[in-house]
Design a protein. Sequence first.
Length: 417
Amino acid sequence: MQTDKKTEGWDTSYEWKIILILSLTFGLVGLDRFILPVLFPAFMDELGLTYEDLGNLVGILAVFWGISAFAMGFLSDRVGRRKVLIPAVIIFSLMSALSGMAGGLVGLLIIRAIMGLAEGPVASTGVAVAVEASHPKRRGMNNGIFQCMISLFGNAIGPIIATQLLLVTDWRTVFMLVGIPGLIMAAAMFFVIREPAHHVAAGKAAPGEPAAAPVVRPSIPDLFKHRNVPLAMFTLMCAMGGVFVMGAMMPNYLTDYLQLSLQDMGIVTAAIGFGGCIGQFAMPTLSDFIGRKVTILISYILAAVFTYLFTQAGAESLSTLFWLLFFAALFNFSALAILAGPVAAEAAPLGMVASVAGLVIGAGEIFGGGVAPVIAGQIAGSSGIQHVFTFAIASLIVGFFIALFLKETAPRKTGLE
């Protein structure tokens, strides 16, 4: 990625404010998105749903998320970040609350599809806002902070809160409660988010200053000129396949196959969030120093190893299950975060970060988040839920081989700061 502002006199105050707001908002995206699989065992019998329905509910959100991530990211590169990001946050928050009013599968599918359309722009446009506010040397770290919150809120704190709330209220109320904080963050964004310099049109400079020349926008085919763009799209499909098969099927695997209680399931499932959170922060930060490619390759190998070890553990020790799942998630989410954040951003033409991020994230979401959970649901329904992790491990192995062809782009390694 080329930069359109000099690093001297960097506005560090704005940088940290916007990373904080983006991080909290993306955390709420995770909470609203991933709370459904956690609550699913509590309402699947009431609504007459199956494992296949779970895969479809997870998948439809991801497909629409993927489509929207690119389309709305592309739009935000043209009309500005605020006009896309703030309405998106309001809509996904309202859809989360409406999930608690659903009376069956069709209603939930419609709500989840709209939620995916609204959450996609938070990912792609959010990456762009984070990159534009970040000093190049902190790009990986700041994107890691931003992205790790989806794991912390959605997969760590969320399962514990949701399963504990089920002791005092019903699943419908839990859905409604988690939609409220997003509206607060939309208000915070309204007062804080700035448009990047390249959105200042010619003739709109301050009095006495020369007009800023508008950026000449590359065409869609130009987005693929850097080889990392198509490579990141394909390898992110594999990383997201591992992440979303794990996230979608884990609650029912623990309760139905290992026979854990809902509360024990909530604690073990939280390992996905805690591990993913650390992986999404620590490993992108590490990649600022040792390089994007080597960090991604290490992440794929270790994610596959720990996922396999988890499948070999029984229900005798919750701590063993927790820590194996913790490290499997840490390295799986690590690969996801680096590919969706700094790798995508550093391959983007000037002024097109949201478009490239949306393209990469969209491809990963449509297959990894959309198709893969549907396949996993079919595997669970026909062969047993314990077999879905073989599919996840195979996805990670394929991702490793594709990542071998990535070009290194970390500023400290290339000298392009």
